[in-house]
Design a protein around this ligand. Structure first.
Ligand code: AMP
Ligand code: ZN
Length: 134
């Protein structure tokens, strides 16, 4: 896609700090500098997000996410990772090209990506009827 910023990064038209590349993905450091090691794993095929991509593209991206995550833990001094995907504007997606965020974690990094919340008092039986697939 000509006006897609991630397609331009994959083509090399916009510079990036490349971490990894294979036939399916291009991975690079996120420019936000908000989490130490924040990495984006982007599919080489332009899909909008996880909702419209084909399963082969998704499998390729997740295989690379695992490979990079293992490298971060095995060789780079991290203890774990959070994997985040924003699919859709309502979910906070700002670049409409399929990508996964890797946030490498250390035991004592003080990051809390999932703050505790009050119970909402949800009727789980009703919700189950509403959401179940089969
Ligand atoms: P999302 O909000 O899930 O669509 O994530 C998009 C991410 O792309 C954000 O974390 C941005 O910081 C990142 N981003 C946008 N432009 C660039 C760029 N040129 N190089 C690296 N990361 C970028
Ligand atoms: Zn694109």
């Amino acid at each position: 896609m000509t006006d897609c910023i991630f397609c331009k990064i994959i083509k090399g038209d916009i510079p990036s700090y490349k971490i990894y590349e294979d036939d399916n993905v291009y991975a690079f450091l996120d420019i936000a500098e908000d989490y130490y090691g924040h990495t984006l794993v982007v599919s080489k095929k332009h899909c909008e997000n996880m909702l419209d991509c084909d399963s082969e593209t998704l499998a390729g991206i997740m295989t690379a996410v695992q490979k990079i995550s293992r490298h971060y833990v095995d060789n780079c001094g991290f203890d774990g990772v959070n994997i985040i995907n924003n699919s859709g504007v309502s979910a906070g997606q700002s670049v409409m090209h399929l990508h996964m965020h890797i946030l490498p974690r250390k035991a004592d990094d003080g990051v809390n990506l999932w703050p505790e919340r009050e119970k909402l008092g949800i009727d789980l039986k009703q919700l189950h009827n509403q959401l179940k697939l089969q």
